[in-house]
Design a protein around this ligand. Structure first.
Ligand SMILES: CC(C)(COP(=O)(O)OP(=O)(O)OC[C@H]1O[C@@H](n2cnc3c(N)ncnc32)[C@H](O)[C@@H]1OP(=O)(O)O)[C@@H](O)C(=O)NCCC(=O)NCCS
Length: 190
């Protein structure tokens, strides 16, 4: 059965589609990124940090689509071709590009605050991990999460990620230095 696109409903019964981002999604993905970095302090990118231009994002998405260990997912509200299918969540997997690092994919994700606690993050993560397990090139998915980010930490733990270590004062948020936790999950062939 084909994994992507996935169509269904979130926990409140609203339609949801999760698919690989296409170059035509570049502008709405950037709008989504701008929104989530403004809504939460738990991203490594801040609202003041520049995002790519739309043209650059298209090139990045094309590049991602060609790489065997990279995935960019978007969770959208399907409008049946009427509207612009707003992006409510996103997840990226980016693997290393050297012979020594290509077995590891680094994960980043975010869901719009208005859609939290509806199962969107879980569905994105489940699809990404199933996809990763089907890529012979990948053996592990890693990430970094703010130590204070209890929601994301609980989500990752529930999907088998284990704590690997602490990165002390790794991120500066305003005047505060924040610790990050390194986490990983095995996605290699059994
Ligand atoms: C973390 C995040 C992606 C979760 O997305 P979501 O769509 O709300 O997640 P779900 O509804 O699928 O919830 C999955 C699990 O996450 C945990 N969780 C989510 N929100 C939580 C909260 N506010 N408090 C505690 N646990 C929470 C729970 O374990 C939950 O499972 P449950 O509903 O069975 O209890 C979302 O809160 C987010 O985008 N946060 C800001 C950005 C961020 O932190 N990104 C991760 C960077 S490493």
């Amino acid at each position: 059965m084909r994994l992507l696109p996935w169509t269904g409903h979130d926990a409140r019964g609203e339609r949801l589609e999760i698919r690989e981002a296409h170059r035509r999604d570049a502008a709405r993905l950037l709008e989504h990124m701008a929104a989530i970095v403004a809504e939460t302090e738990f991203m490594l990118q801040a609202a003041e940090d520049p995002l790519p231009e739309v043209d650059e994002q298209r090139v990045l998405l094309d590049h991602f689509a060609r790489l065997k260990g990279c995935l960019q997912l978007v969770a959208v509200r399907p409008s049946g071709g009427v509207g612009r299918d707003p992006v409510v969540g996103s997840l990226s997997l980016i693997n290393g590009q050297t012979s020594r690092t290509r077995h590891i994919a680094h994960l980043g994700m975010g869901v719009r605050e208005s859609c939290w606690r509806r199962g969107v993050g879980s569905k994105l993560l489940d699809l990404a991990l199933t996809w990763a397990r089907a890529q012979p090139i990948l053996e592990r998915v890693t990430l970094q999460v703010y130590r204070r980010n209890a929601a994301a930490h609980a989500l990752y733990r529930s999907r088998g990620f284990v704590d690997e270590g602490e990165l002390i004062d790794e991120a500066r948020v305003g005047d505060t230095l924040e610790d990050l936790l390194g986490m990983s999950v095995d996605v290699g062939q059994p």
